[in-house]
Design a protein around this ligand. Structure first.
Ligand code: ATP
Ligand code: MG
Length: 434
């Protein structure tokens, strides 16, 4: 009896070859762009100890309150979690390996899956992927601006510059946020009967987040609430002004959104989001900012820091429209063969051609020449190399161009690589003729 199929876990998607090829191209573009700005990769494990995120992201955040895949190690009871974000693990690794003290400021990036137990919907998954950048040891507004400017270049490189725009804000310093917080709580308490359940729950734990509410009924209350920027001191304002001046210098358009807060507790000063109107409610494709307190909070020396994370799934949805064609890599050669001796020779010829740098698909699974030639055509290969009993007996191979005019030709196997290199890539043959 057929067994029942086991399904994948809800909210965790398979990425099938057609899409995965596009992802790989995207990743190559992003890696090249990161290298061009001097960022170096860091890879951290997917599992971390749970307190890392409780202490960094913050106890009263969506992530820690209800979205973490946290569990106990069955063998020793360790509290573990599938990482919900990449910044805290990066800080942990940098501290554990003493990178900043040993080598000075760091420009780093990571790429990989993150896990949050959210309600799955378009652009919102339980396993999703991020590219993230973190810079440690730079206090000035130049690095904040660098992150924003480099992102604006990436959108251009991807052809997404018309779909994504930038909002920025400053969250100031912790004393400034504390004074604003008092004023905000006092204000919201006088409007308690207008607040929804979410807002009431957050009133004393995370009132700033209420300003970020999507509830239309709360917009008026929130609009009239005390603004954080009214509480910013000269230094915070100067830093924010510095970021803006550099963005103007680089001609990157932005909108200051004084209600912009991020969902994680560790941010201060600059915060920013890149948003789109093409993905419905899941509008943010990239978010980031400064988190000068986090390194110390996780046990290091005080170290200014700044970074961002971008959601690959959301970007891929946008990019699929720009990059609609298949990005499948086509082989140079498809190797067609029939008969025992021919197949053995073909197997050797395939490796020989790979030695010459060709991408070669060796036909597997038998079938007559006609069927194999159909497969060769479907593979997109430029050349079919054909070896049958006749060729095998003479140590020869035939070849035929699949997408161009021309007769089938036959050659000694030893000459095949050079001849094809000459024909396909205009590389000179040994005797100088092409
Ligand atoms: P959102 O506003 O969508 O909840 P967030 O503020 O929780 O996002 P961050 O923690 O800043 O997001 O993560 C950075 C980026 O990762 C987001 O801008 C988004 O593009 C992406 N992202 C976050 N959560 C998810 C998810 N559950 N599924 C897919 N992408 C996500
Ligand atoms: Mg979220």
């Amino acid at each position: 009896m057929a067994q029942k199929l086991i399904q994948g876990v809800k909210g965790m998607h398979d990425i099938l070859p057609e899409d995965a090829e596009r992802w790989e191209l995207f990743e190559e573009i992003v890696r090249g762009w990161l290298r061009d700005y001097g960022y170096r990769p860091i890879r951290t494990p997917i599992l971390e100890f749970t307190p890392l995120f409780v202490r960094s992201v913050g106890e009263h955040t969506d992530i820690v309150e209800r979205e973490m895949y946290a569990f106990e190690d069955r063998l020793n009871g360790d509290p573990l979690v599938l990482r919900p974000e990449g910044t805290a693990p990066c800080v942990r690794a940098v501290l554990e390996h003493n990178l900043i003290n040993a080598a000075g400021p760091q420009r780093l990036y990571y790429n990989g899956p993150m896990f949050r137990h959210e309600r799955p919907q378009k652009g919102r998954l339980r396993q999703f992927h991020q590219f993230g950048v973190e810079a440690f040891g730079y206090a000035g507004p130049d690095i904040d601006a660098e992150h924003i400017v480099m992102l604006s270049r990436l959108w251009r490189d991807l052809g997404l510059e018309d779909d994504i725009w930038l909002e920025i804000n400053s969250l100031g310093a912790s004393e400034e946020r504390a004074r604003h917080r008092e004023a905000l709580i006092a204000y919201l308490e006088t409007h308690i009967d207008l607040l929804d359940d979410d807002a009431r729950r957050r009133l004393h734990s995370n009132p700033l987040r209420i300003l970020d509410t999507k509830n239309p009924a709360l917009q008026a209350v929130v609009e009239a609430a005390p603004k954080l920027y009214e509480f910013l001191g000269v230094e915070s304002l100067a830093h924010f002004e510095g970021v803006q001046a550099l963005l103007r210098e680089a001609a990157v358009p932005f909108k200051v959104n004084h209600r912009l807060v991020r969902g994680l507790d560790y941010y201060n000063r600059t915060v920013f989001e890149w948003v789109t109107d093409k993905l419905g409610a899941q509008a943010t494709v990239c978010g980031g900012g400064r988190y000068d307190g986090l390194v110390e909070q996780l046990g290091g020396k005080p170290t200014p820091a700044c970074g961002f994370g971008m959601g690959i799934e959301r970007l891929m949805m946008l990019w699929a429209e720009v990059q609609a064609d298949s990005v499948r890599a086509e082989p140079d050669v498809y190797l067609v063969h029939q008969g025992e001796a021919a197949s053995r020779l073909a197997f050797r010829v395939a490796e020989q051609l790979r030695d010459h740098g060709f991408a070669v698909i060796y036909h597997c699974g038998g079938g007559n020449f006609k069927n194999q030639m159909k497969k060769a055509d479907a593979s997109g290969a430029r050349v079919a190399v054909i070896i049958g009993d006749d060729e095998a007996a003479a140590e020869e191979a035939s070849f035929k161009f699949m997408r161009e005019e021309g007769e089938q030709r036959r050659l000694p196997v030893a000459q095949l690589g050079e001849t094809l290199a000459a024909l396909l890539y205009n590389v000179e043959e040994e005797d100088g003729s092409v």
